[in-house]
Design a protein around this ligand. Structure first.
Ligand code: HEM
Length: 369
């Protein structure tokens, strides 16, 4: 589908064949990111690996995260962090189970995921931070996520008109505020790292990066099955992959796509296409590759700009699900039925699911951990 947003051609691909042509055949022609206003604000002028343009800087960052965050060795060495955060999640739910009170599963999962990633990336235990609590962090992330999805008119009306409307409507200032709150948090974290002098052990990404900046020459009975994972990653918070931009004129599915066009891959629609799936909502007992080799299911994207955090993401998901499903039975609060659950997806991480946990009788008399 070709759309025209102001002066920018935007092409949305919603078939497996087109996705394969973009992400495989023309990966190199389409693997840069457009310079959108929201992404620039969020990434301090496109310094982030996810939003930077394709080129030497991106390659260096990809090498760095591959080495310091996502290598099999690091993955193994971070195991204790994942386990400690998992223990914390189980303890929190156990407390609710004992008193038979509601637990907000969205908040519990956010706390587990954010706590794990915060420690991996920043080397600090978020639960012990005195400058912010988990509810506030969640608010900041949601605010940044919401503003990150906003298309600014400046992106599509470069004559100055878009710039003016973005300022008069308050859109620019809202985006700025949301991202500067996150920036303050990151600055605080960096400051803490410098204060405690935790630079040389490379036990987290920030210390490794700071070390590079300071000494640049040195850097040269229950079984979670793939069905559970697929069910989770089938419902990504965003129905589209991150935007790409064509770096040359290309042809996809017989259509001419000009250089500098904005490309969106609609993985949500492809993942439910009845031409590819007989029953897209149920993947039981199907063995599909969700790691970017099968273009009908692309939760992590594919090609050069695919998700480098895929293995970590899968491990966190697996551990979170395992802790929630193995240790507890779940029931609705009084008067609530399955029909009362709002299953509509709205492209954000802001849906609440409150349930009552119970320890299965086999576990009641055992101390869990
Ligand atoms: C289940 C969890 C996750 C899912 C479903 C997911 C999904 C995605 C998707 C769809 C993309 C865009 C791919 C594209 O545009 O082709 C992406 C990019 C990215 N993801 Fe993930 N992700 C997950 C976990 C993580 C984690 C844990 C990290 C890091 C801690 C991470 C870091 C990144 C980065 C840095 C990029 C940008 C890559 C680039 O532009 O070169 N992701 N992810």
């Amino acid at each position: 589908m070709l759309l025209r947003f102001g002066v920018v051609p935007v092409v949305v691909f919603s078939s497996k064949e087109a996705a394969k042509e973009v992400l495989k055949t023309h990966d190199l022609d389409t693997c840069t990111r457009p310079k959108l206003v929201a992404n620039g604000l969020f990434s301090r002028n496109f310094k982030d690996i996810g939003f930077t343009q394709y080129g030497e800087d991106w390659r260096e960052m990809k090498k760095l995260v591959g080495l310091e965050l996502f290598s099999p060795k690091k993955h193994k060495s971070f195991r204790y962090i994942r386990e400690e955060e998992g223990d914390l999640l189980v303890k929190k739910i156990s407390n609710s189970a004992q008193t038979q009170t509601l637990i907000d599963l969205r908040k519990a999962s956010f706390s587990f995921t954010a706590g794990t990633i915060f420690r991996l990336a920043f080397g600090q235990n978020f639960h012990q931070c005195d400058f912010m609590d988990m509810d506030r962090l969640e608010e900041l992330v949601l605010e940044a996520e919401t503003n990150g999805c906003i298309l600014a008119l400046t992106d599509f009306l470069p004559t100055g008109l878009g710039w003016l409307v973005d300022r008069i409507s308050g859109r620019h200032s809202r985006m700025n505020k949301a991202f500067s709150k996150l920036t303050n948090l990151f600055q605080h974290v960096i400051h803490e790292q410098l204060k405690i002098g935790q630079l040389q052990d490379h036990s987290n990404l920030v210390s490794a990066m700071l070390d590079m900046i300071i000494r640049p020459s040195k850097f040269s009975s229950f079984n979670i099955t793939s069905n559970h994972l697929i069910a989770m990653i089938l419902h990504p918070p965003s129905p589209l992959l991150l935007p790409r931009e064509t770096m040359s004129d290309i042809e996809i599915q017989g259509y001419h796509i000009p250089k500098n066009a904005l490309i969106r891959i609609n993985t949500y629609t492809i993942g439910r296409d009845l031409k590819c799936w007989s029953n897209p909502e149920r993947f039981l007992n199907t063995s599909i590759n969700y790691k970017g080799q099968d273009y009908k299911l692309l939760p992590f994207g594919a090609g050069r700009r695919s998700c480098p955090g895929m293995n970590l993401g899968i491990t966190i998901l697996e551990l979170g699900l395992l802790n929630i499903l193995y240790f507890f039975d779940w029931s609705f609060p009084n008067g609530m039925t399955i029909e009362d659950i709002d299953m509509e997806e709205n492209g954000a991480l802001n849906k609440t699911l409150e349930l009552i946990p119970t320890l299965p009788s086999a576990l009641v008399n055992k101390s869990i951990r």
